[in-house]
Ligand binder design. Structure first.
Ligand SMILES: *[C@@H]1O[C@H](CO)[C@@H](O)[C@H](O)[C@H]1NC(C)=O
Ligand SMILES: *[C@@H]1O[C@H](CO)[C@@H](O)[C@H](O)[C@H]1NC(C)=O
Ligand SMILES: *[C@@H]1O[C@H](CO)[C@@H](O)[C@H](O)[C@H]1NC(C)=O
Ligand SMILES: *[C@@H]1O[C@H](CO)[C@@H](O)[C@H](O)[C@H]1NC(C)=O
Ligand SMILES: *[C@@H]1O[C@H](CO)[C@@H](O)[C@H](O)[C@H]1NC(C)=O
Ligand SMILES: *[C@@H]1O[C@H](CO)[C@@H](O)[C@H](O)[C@H]1NC(C)=O
Ligand SMILES: *[C@@H]1O[C@H](CO)[C@@H](O)[C@H](O)[C@H]1NC(C)=O
Ligand SMILES: *[C@@H]1O[C@H](CO)[C@@H](O)[C@H](O)[C@H]1NC(C)=O
Ligand SMILES: *[C@@H]1O[C@H](CO)[C@@H](O)[C@H](O)[C@H]1NC(C)=O
Ligand SMILES: *[C@@H]1O[C@H](CO)[C@@H](O)[C@H](O)[C@H]1NC(C)=O
Ligand SMILES: *[C@@H]1O[C@H](CO)[C@@H](O)[C@H](O)[C@H]1NC(C)=O
Length: 512
């Protein structure tokens, strides 16, 4: 109603407008009147529009009701939670988790986090628990004190005052790493943490878990942290974990880190962090995990989108838990600093049986990458990439066998990883500078690589853009750009056309 009234009162086409002007004579004194009149009308019009917008706002559908997914459900407010963005809710979360931990026998409990901003320090989950984040619900990690670079604040700081990061419990290094990833010794726990659990669900109507990592990133860069940063969500030694229909953002470190877990599903999840200056904010890091599915996700972060791992050098070898049976499908990733999907560089217990399918990597440094080095041991095998789209990526497919970074000097240089049985079927995209850079070495040759159906639009018409060293394998059918000479050429019927003369030939060119 309101909008048709507004329309009638305001001249709404050019001829009406002109007609209104013509009815006044052009004398200067009388010219003022129509001007005022127009200004008056315009303000009425603007006021009307605001009223209309107000009405539309008011008519917005009510928030979706929260489904009941467990026999018993609670609201965080039942435990004293306050979603005002200031009140600290750590105890409310802890009380809720404690209540749910008593319900395992009857099928567990659900904790609803309603719309609001729920500030919290780190807390632990329990088995048979569903954490449900309503539309508009944001769990906010407490920020570290912003006293960086502020001389006045530094002066006023009592040396004894605990730093906020002490809210994060210190935990022993992961047994398969032997060391914190950034500092020797213990590491900080994650904002949301779980150990030795089963049947955990974190879901919602696209509510958010926001680690507010910016102060962690700054402190890390200024070398003010004594220990390795903690992930946003880390679940260890657990099984049957499902994360779906939520947004994870601004993790202090890796975003979701399932460690030595079985049966992990991540679907319809958005993972966000600034694409630059958010160091090590990987998206999802399955680490010594079995049966993992990452599907229908959007990931745009400050490091690798997905990074599959299985421990670091001698610690990973002796812990001995490989990552296997992993499916990454229908995922869109942006990683300006690192790669869309990585395997390694910590892969010392081995990574196998991985399928990466229907994945788009855009505006990124690397598309898909396998990284390792002497000392790692382990293997990367039976890895299948299908239907990759690489748009505006500097280097598309990367295998790097001299990726340094060791926890300590105690590793065995002779522990050489095995890289074999890796296939790329269907690689497309445009704006790629170097589509392939597979740098095997004499010690770590890359064996049985298959390329089939590849057509990638390149940025420069240079020759050395399909770079290889110490790689053995085959190309089936014709692919673009022209493959390196290390590979055997087969026709579509899989008949050998031209065997390679030089598996060990090297034309790696990092300048390009
Ligand atoms: C949670 O809060 C909502 C809205 O205030 C209410 O309708 C619902 O009954 C509450 N649920 C529980 C389990 O307390
Ligand atoms: C979570 O549980 C782990 C393992 O028991 C413990 O080390 C850690 O302190 C707990 N975290 C919190 C915040 O209670
Ligand atoms: C969980 O299990 C691991 C490995 O089995 C064990 O080392 C650890 O102490 C357990 N942690 C807790 C909190 O029970
Ligand atoms: C994905 O999440 C959005 C937002 O919560 C939801 O509207 C949509 O239905 C979900 N899609 C699937 C396939 O579950
Ligand atoms: C969920 O929320 C994020 C962040 O607000 C947004 O980028 C994303 O598009 C939403 N997802 C869906 C499926 O609506
Ligand atoms: C290779 O991995 C796939 C899963 O990605 C699995 O189905 C298949 O059995 C594996 N093949 C071999 C030979 O291990
Ligand atoms: C290949 O992947 C793209 C992007 O994910 C998708 O749109 C397309 O349907 C996929 N093609 C096939 C044949 O699955
Ligand atoms: C390729 O890798 C080998 C060893 O893995 C290394 O020595 C060499 O420097 C690399 N090539 C380039 C151009 O970086
Ligand atoms: C590669 O695959 C073949 C056929 O499945 C298998 O026999 C061989 O052991 C695999 N190689 C490695 C290093 O896993
Ligand atoms: C090479 O790898 C493919 C899968 O990528 C596998 O089917 C084949 O059996 C392997 N061949 C050898 C000789 O290992
Ligand atoms: C190529 O390198 C492999 C492994 O590094 C080695 O076994 C083989 O003898 C080399 N072949 C030639 C022709 O040099």
């Amino acid at each position: 109603m309101a909008d048709s009234a507004a329309f009638r009162r305001f001249p709404h086409n050019k001829s009406q407008f002109r007609a209104q002007f013509r009815s006044f004579s052009p004398s200067p004194r009388r010219f003022l009147l129509p001007l005022l009149w127009i200004i008056g009308l315009a303000s009425v019009y603007i006021w009307q529009r605001n009223v209309i917008e107000g009405v539309l706002l008011f008519r917005r559908p009510p928030p979706r009701p929260i489904p009941r997914l467990r026999p018993v459900a609670f609201n965080l407010t039942d435990f004293g939670g306050v979603g005002d963005g200031y009140t600290v809710n750590t105890e409310a979360f802890e009380r809720a988790v404690y209540a749910i931990s008593k319900l395992g026998r009857i099928g567990g409990g659900q904790l609803n986090v309603q719309p609001g901003r729920w500030l919290t320090g780190p807390f632990n989950l329990t088995s048979h628990m569903t954490l449900f984040l309503a539309e508009g619900a944001v769990i906010l990690g407490i920020q570290l004190k912003a006293r960086l670079n502020d001389p006045l604040k530094l002066l006023n700081t009592n040396e004894q005052e605990p730093e906020d990061e002490n809210l994060w419990p210190l935990m022993p290094p992961l047994p398969s790493y032997g060391s914190g990833r950034e500092h020797p010794g213990p590491r900080y726990g994650s904002l949301i943490h779980g150990q030795n659990l089963s049947d955990i669900v974190i879901t919602g109507h696209n509510g958010t878990i926001d680690g507010q990592g910016v102060t962690w990133w700054k402190k890390f860069r200024q070398k003010l942290l004594k220990h390795t940063r903690g992930p946003l969500v880390q679940i260890m030694w657990s099984e049957d974990i499902k994360i779906s229909d939520i947004t994870l953002r601004n993790s202090p470190f890796w975003t979701f880190h399932p460690y030595d877990c079985k049966n992990v599903v991540v679907t319809n999840v958005t993972v966000l962090a600034p694409v630059i200056e958010a160091p090590n904010t990987d998206g999802i890091n399955p680490d010594s995990c079995e049966n993992v599915r990452i599907e229908d996700c959007y990931i745009s972060v400050g490091d690798d989108g997905v990074a599959i791992k299985s421990g670091w050098n001698q610690y990973g070898i002796s812990y001995g838990k490989p990552s296997k049976n992993i499916l990454i499908r229908n995922v869109v990733i942006r990683s300006m600093v690192s790669a869309g999907v990585s395997i390694g560089s910590e892969m010392s217990a081995g990574v196998s049986d991985v399928t990466v399918e229907n994945v788009v990597v855009w505006s990124s440094r690397r598309g898909v990458r396998i990284k390792t080095s002497p000392g790692r041991g382990g293997y990367v095998r039976n890895i299948s990439y299908r239907n990759l789209t690489l748009n505006d990526v500097r280097v598309g497919i990367v295998i790097k066998t001299d990726y340094g970074e060791h926890p300590d000097e105690g590793f065995n240089e002779k522990a050489l990883p095995i890289l074999a049985n890796i296939s790329f079927i269907g690689v497309y995209g445009q704006g790629v500078r170097v589509p392939v850079r597979i740098n095997g070495s004499e010690e770590i040759p890359v064996r049985n690589v298959t390329f089939r159906d590849m057509s990638v639009g390149i940025t420069y018409k240079k020759k050395h853009i399909f770079q290889c060293a110490f790689i053995q394998g085959k190309v089936i059918g014709s692919i673009f750009p022209t493959p390196c000479e290390n590979l055997d050429l087969y026709d579509e019927q899989a008949r050998l056309i031209r065997p390679s003369m030089s598996h060990n030939f090297t034309n790696i060119d990092y300048d390009f």
